[in-house]
Design a protein around this ligand. Sequence first.
Ligand code: GLC
Length: 666
Amino acid sequence: MLVDSRFIGALAGIVAVASLGGCAANVAPPVTVAAPAAAQWPALVKPDHHDPAIEARIAAILSEMTLRQKIGQMTQADIRSITPDQAREHYIGSVLNGGGAWPGGAKQAAVADWVSLARDYHAASMTTDLTTKIPVIWGTDAVHGHNNVFGATLFPHNIGLGAAHDPELVGRIAHLTSKQVRATGISWIFAPTLAVVQSPRWGRTYEGYSSDPALVRDYASAFVTAMQGDLTGPTTAIATAKHFIGDGGTWLGKDQGETRTTREELIRTHAPGYFGALEAGVQTVMISYSSWTDTGAGAAHGKMHGNRELITDVLKGELDFDGFVVSDWNAIEQVEGCTRTHCAQAVNAGIDMFMVPDDWQQFIEETIADVESGAVPMSRIDDAVTRILRVKMRSGMFAASPIPAAAADSDLASDAARMTAREAVAKSLVLLKNTERSPLPLAANSKVLLVGRAADKVPPQLGGWSLTWQGDLTDDSDYPLADDMLSALQKALSAGGGKVDFSEDGQGVDVSAYDAVIVVHAEDPYAEMKGDIEYPATIRHTARYPQDLAALERVSGKGVPVISILFSGRPVYANDLLNLSDAFIAAWLPGTEALGITDVLLRQPGGGQSKDFTGRLPFVWPADPCPEVAAQPVLFDRAYGLQSSDRTKSAGLPVDNRLSCPTLPN
Ligand code: GLC
């Protein structure tokens, strides 16, 4: 998954040939391989949601609307910046709760509070002076369950689902998530993320499923089909294929950066998720912050939010997408010549709904002026409003209020949600090392020493997009139903007569008193650009978290087997941790149900093994802290993963403690 393989070839090839001394002897003469056929945008087979009656009704409503009412319908505001009364007055088409936005600004707001606010916005939209009332649609980032809502079961982030290699599971999670979201009165979900991530430096790596475009396509199809159902059910929600296109391919993994690929590569690597989502009938697409430079044609196309060719000619044209396109959070300001409240180029590019969370009023005024001046044709506005009304009408919002009659929190942490999340955690675990000394699977009556600053905390296993945008400013009291590693081991071992003691840093503990030591390593939670590991920093985990290595050094090599568990949003360089561990598990960001981990770590009280490791790497695992310039950048290939019966040699891996990577041409 590291930096895209061609990139390694380009740079590492220089190093490799030099270090390998050119071609080895006895190498077969080069075989001329036919270039792959130029990739074309495919003709997709999609569900036919076209309904002449709906189209006729939309045309009639459109004919009654003023320009101001139309532009209001194209505007999406954050709930912290608009009241229901303002939404009514300005004919607002959509609201959203950005990460960390809750009803009344209360982090632990109850489901009833969410439902009440949703009902207020809906009532406001149904009492405008429009001839035909148009219901507002509320969108939310439920990207690993309904993660903004207190008490919700949180599923593993997408990287862990990618390791599970289980589209059917992903479909079940999608539907459980839409049930959670609909229970709060919300009916539009900004998911799935379909990035095919090329560099672990990207702070959003964990929002991607895999670097395998085929898996992303399968997951997109399963997710959208399950989440949207027939578009009108009481537990379905409108899905969002995001972020179109190439968000996961930026240079050195820089968030909102420049994706440098040929058109063929864009289609072959970054588009398959959209093919899967469109074939499943996805109703909305969110545009990427990133820009695209066509390295085949040598053409810099600029920010995606201004790319008319890909949004209108390709997505809406060749791929025949008839839902609506939404911009990202203030993203239009990044289009050359634009501000966050004024961007005729983005409107003309084909964006239909504008996420202008705070400055929505100015956006409305400036866009009206653009239409009146002729900078934006009325036909473009009519297309945008038609698409928005089409999705709202298809989802049944005109026929009945999407707000539940009574607030019930039964879906937020239902038995089905918790058991499915626990199943997903178990399936997401990837066993990377398991020597002859490994104690896996542990006996249920084991005496275990648990070490690590993250081992008794829930937030590090959740990552970003968890109650807050960054997954920070929270603690275990915000997740009353969750299990962290300590509570999960306490529950699992007590059932079998075992016990667990906890030490945050392994200092002053007599390790010999235990059957095994479990050391938890973790990244602190992050989201988006705040999680970028910016080049030339290395991707060595212990460069950022030296305390994890220190804790492991205190308990390793003492004659008691050590199991390392890493909570991370991406593969990282971890040879130093691997060398000191008898078993090493990549657990990604598992969510609230850590019992899914002990289900695999421990035998059942009767001695049987309840579950084995089935997870396989969704991305390659790095062999070097600077994979971009490494001759041998890959330690474990994508799809690598051991079972507990597999044993690996414990030969030491080379450890590279550089703190900085070589300078690169930009
Ligand atoms: C963010 C993200 C996008 C999210 C949106 C609303 O910046 O890029 O994925 O849906 O804003 O929170």
